[in-house]
Write a protein that binds this ligand. Structure first.
Ligand SMILES: [Zn+2]
Length: 258
């Protein structure tokens, strides 16, 4: 990946369009978004994407908003909550459409439905961390923030053997400096944001989810969706068809940023 593309992984894209509910109840000031100039980008010159940089307690996590804009792929990412039937139906819709997704699991939810962990990972989808209780994490102190991230990591580790590679803060589209420090402390080098909000959590109906997603999606997009809403499940076939028409493949975040 070129240095230019690495820089594109870190942008403030979408700040003005920050959603007002669901996973994104708050939009922090632009100053909270790390930029290459502010030192948020690992000083790797070996061509590896920033996400591969190891997390260390003295180097905060970076925030990723989207992937490379020169590759015909996107990542559909899902807030991990909802009934088992909804999650199974959603995964089946992805698989029918030849797609893979990334489920950012709420730890307390996954602990109550542990069989879903294997269902997700056995089919090429990816599991990540979306805090233990989906709290308003942008407004908690360091200890509470760390506990929320670390407790979910423990659930993921117990169920899958791995804490997953990606951490998405809860109830905020963008991470704060405090969140990025605590994410690194908990072993995550990346706070995963997104550049396309499907607004599916507002239950606008499948057609609106399709329209909202496809009008904004482009190469490298990371799309925010939710497992626990039937409209998302019903929208997925048409979303995937629309992506195909645009020449875009739906892959995991790890594949998108590889
Ligand atoms: Zn969420």
């Amino acid at each position: 990946m070129s240095p230019v593309n690495r820089r594109h992984l870190l942008t403030a894209a979408g700040l003005t369009a920050a959603a007002a509910a669901g996973c994104s109840t708050t939009a922090p000031p632009p100053g909270n978004i790390p930029t290459p100039a502010s030192g948020g980008l690992p000083a790797s010159g070996d061509g590896s994407p920033p996400a591969s940089a190891p997390a260390t307690p003295d180097r905060p996590a970076i925030e990723i908003v989207h992937g490379p804009r020169d590759r015909p792929a996107v990542a559909l990412t899902f807030h991990g909550q909802g009934t088992t039937a909804q999650v199974v139906a959603l995964l089946a819709a992805l698989e029918t459409g030849g797609a893979r997704g990334t489920v950012l699991a709420v730890g307390a939810w996954l602990a109550q439905a542990p069989d879903l962990a294997a269902r997700i990972t056995a089919h090429g989808h990816e599991l990540g961390n979306h805090t233990q209780h989906h709290i308003d994490i942008a407004h908690r102190d360091a200890a509470a923030t760390y506990a929320e991230i670390n407790d979910c990591a423990t659930v993921l580790r117990d169920l899958t053997g791995s804490p997953g590679r990606w951490f998405r803060p809860s109830q905020t589209r963008h991470s704060t400096a405090l969140i990025r420090v605590q994410a690194a402390r908990a072993g995550y080098g990346t706070c995963l944001s997104y550049d396309v909000d499907s607004l599916d959590y507002t239950d606008p109906g499948p057609a609106a989810v399709v329209r909202t997603t496809l009008k904004s999606v482009q190469k490298g997009s990371i799309v925010s969706m939710h497992c626990g809403h039937d409209g998302t499940i019903h929208a997925l076939p048409e979303v995937l068809t629309g992506l195909r028409v645009r020449g875009l493949r739906a892959v995991t975040v790890t594949e998108l940023l590889a």
